[in-house]
Design a binder for this molecule. Structure first.
Ligand code: ZN
Length: 416
């Protein structure tokens, strides 16, 4: 199974927007760019919303059948480990092996010896084409890298082998993710991580490093975009070199776990992928559900009432909602409007405050981030919420498709 050059992760909390999401990808295809859709949802999201991986498979299959999508598409078991992978085995054909929690755990002595034996070949000057400065690799440096990453590498091997042995209905794409760690990996660390993964015979087609800066959910990048792009371009060079040196899959590419909406980075990433003629996987964070809220607000009537009620309850339960996401939100409570104020808003005002348009004076990133966590409230509303999605599906679908096409696909893959 082969992952094409350009792919985009599309999360859909409530599983109702598959067609609208795919229609944005079809629009890109009509303009000459093939972007492969990858429906991703993690165990955490499934738990919060009481959905199952099999639901995502049904959604993807239905969207593909009803819109006649002829290219490949994937269902991603996002951020799984040995403890969480079982439910995903049958419905998924893309597995994101999350080994971030194993970074920094001391490796076994025998594993360490074996790794050092292989890695020692690179002691001395390591010159990677495309990485600005050559690196002097020492035994001590290798030991540090091994002590930090080898346990995570071995864990990726274990998860991969488990999936490979237990998945009975076909092949799958493997991604390895290291992004849920506080410290960014350096190019040289990435190089030796890939050596380790190759030794474990993990046929990874994407790898997700932790990048410098903050990737908060649903809002723009918090950091210096120039630092990010230097890092990204170095990783690209390292991947290219490692593929040749270690015999990893030729289509191996970087997966950027963006948390969605890193608009200030998109034009820079576009330039790099064009310059090197390389692929990229863009993973987003289920902000499609915010487009549902925007659509409900714009629809007015009972749609707007539901949107306001979700805000009211989200504000009331802010601490509880934030707990699972503390490292990926940055909400300034002083910027949050009171429920009284929001109750007086028009649908347009609500939509403009929520929609990620930084040029709009009503846009409020704290309001947006809080509501992004509010999907738990919407989930608790059960059929009240889902019926409203059905009732106002036209205006919602328009927002969902426009968001994916205009704000993500266009700047990143089309460079417009
Ligand atoms: Zn991630």
């Amino acid at each position: 199974m082969y992952l094409e050059k350009y792919s985009i992760g599309i999360g859909d909390r409530f599983g109702r927007q598959g067609n609208a999401q795919l229609s944005a990808i079809i629009k890109a295809k009509e303009l000459g760019i093939t972007v492969i859709p990858v429906w991703n949802k993690s165990k955490r999201e499934h738990n919060l919303i009481h959905s199952a991986p099999a639901d995502v498979r049904i959604e993807a299959d239905n969207a593909v059948a009803s819109l006649g999508w002829k290219d490949s598409y994937f269902v991603d078991a996002d951020h799984i480990g040995l403890k969480t992978v079982n439910d995903f085995l049958t419905p998924c054909n893309f597995f994101t092996l999350d080994v971030s929690d194993y970074i920094g755990i001391k490796p076994d002595e025998s594993d360490l010896k074996e790794f050092m034996k292989k890695a020692s070949d690179f002691v001395g000057e390591l010159k990677i084409p495309g990485v600005p400065s050559s690196i002097t690799v020492t035994e001590k440096m290798l030991l540090n890298i091994a002590e930090r990453f080898l346990t995570a590498i071995k864990e990726a091997g274990k998860i991969y082998r488990y999936i490979n042995e237990n998945k009975i209905n076909g092949k799958f794409i493997t991604e390895v993710s290291l992004d849920e760690n506080h410290q960014a990996q350096t190019p040289v660390e990435m190089f030796f991580i890939m050596l380790g993964l190759a030794s474990e015979k993990v046929p990874l087609q994407t790898i997700a490093p932790k990048f410098t800066g903050r990737f908060n959910k649903g809002v723009d990048y918090d950091g210096n975009p120039n630092d990010f792009i230097v890092e990204f371009e170095s990783h690209v060079a390292v991947v290219d070199y490692a593929v040749k040196a270690f015999g990893l899959p030729k289509n191996l590419k970087i997966s950027i776990h963006t948390g969605s909406d890193k608009f200030s980075l998109y034009p820079l990433i576009h330039n790099v992928i064009k310059k090197h003629d390389i692929g990229v996987h863009l993973k987003t964070a289920g902000t499609t559900w915010l487009e549902e809220l925007i659509g409900l607000a714009e629809a007015g009537f009972s749609g707007l009432t539901i949107a306001k009620s979700i805000y009211q309850q989200s504000l009331h339960r802010i601490d509880e909602l934030m707990t699972p996401y503390l490292t990926v939100v940055d909400i300034d409570v002083n910027q949050l409007p009171s429920t009284e104020e929001v109750n007086g808003w028009s649908g347009e005002k609500f939509a403009n405050t929520l929609r990620h348009n930084q040029k709009c004076s009503d846009y409020n990133s704290s309001f947006r981030q809080l509501l992004h966590l509010g999907f738990k409230i919407a989930s608790e509303m059960g059929s009240n919420y889902l019926d409203a999605l059905e009732k106002y599906k036209e205006v919602i679908g328009k927002n969902v498709a426009e968001n994916i096409f205009d704000r993500h696909i266009k700047p990143l893959f089309l460079g417009k």
